[in-house]
Design a protein around this ligand. Structure first.
Ligand code: HEC
Length: 207
């Protein structure tokens, strides 16, 4: 619940920040200095609030979500664009301002891709959970039981005891898809619906 609220707040503040930034870059590039000064003055406090919201919600989510490569690429774009923007506006450097804006837009693109990656399995759950019981059991037996055991507690080859696992559904989906340590990745062999089904199934093994 809290996570969802943080995500919405984060997205809203990012979009507001981006819009403001696009307007300011446009004014800088088209030499509308007077308007630029005016906008900068009137938006100083809202901008501080927006960027604080966007940083705080971002940090909160970073600590509560499994991170992937795309996340780090996004971070590089965000944190590289900030000093660039500061220098650009100090020196009235249009090229730098545009580069910094493009980087923020790229970061936004990364975020959209992360969202797509994460949203796919979650929406698949809703549509496939009805008739997957038998299927999921089969998938589990033929792909997972050799390490985890029929009951989930075999712990062969360093496999985690699934009966005592506390991972959430998205975390399990991510680990089954990408593998971890001695556990192989199943993203190639199993499709999203199968991975979701087997992740739901192993929860039923919990004691
Ligand atoms: C080759 C052995 C092997 C196979 C096959 C295997 N796993 Fe694993 N699994 C492991 C190992 C090893 C770990 C511990 C990985 C780590 O944390 O380093 C693990 C961890 C996990 C975890 C994390 C549990 C936790 O609480 O951290 C889940 C969930 C999981 N496996 C599910 C599955 C599912 C579902 C399948 C079948 C699609 C599967 N595994 C197949 C070896 C295996």
């Amino acid at each position: 619940m809290l996570f969802k609220a943080a995500l919405h707040l984060h997205l809203t503040s990012v979009i507001l920040f981006l819009l403001l930034y696009i307007v300011k870059t446009y004014l800088l590039v088209s030499n509308k200095d007077e308007q630029l000064q005016k906008i900068r003055k009137t938006t100083r406090i809202p901008e501080m609030i927006i960027s604080t919201l966007f940083l705080v919600t971002g940090v909160y989510m970073a600590f509560n979500y499994p991170l992937n490569v795309m996340f780090w690429i996004k971070m590089v774009f965000v944190f590289a664009s900030i000093p660039l923007a500061v220098i650009a506006y100090k020196r009235n450097n249009k090229a730098l301002a545009v580069v910094s804006l493009l980087m923020i837009i790229a970061a936004y693109g990364c975020a959209e891709m992360i969202k797509k990656q994460n949203a796919k399995p979650i929406t698949a759950v809703a549509t496939t959970s009805v008739d997957t019981d038998i299927n999921a059991h089969e998938i589990y037996t033929s792909n997972c039981a050799n390490c985890h055991g029929e009951q989930g507690n075999l712990m062969l080859a360093g496999a985690t005891n699934l009966q005592t696992s506390t991972l959430t559904q998205p975390e399990m989906v991510m680990q089954i898809t990408n593998g971890k340590g001695a556990m192989p990745a199943f993203g190639e062999q199993l499709n999203d619906a199968q991975i979701n089904a087997v992740a739901e199934y192993i929860v039923t093994l919990r004691k």
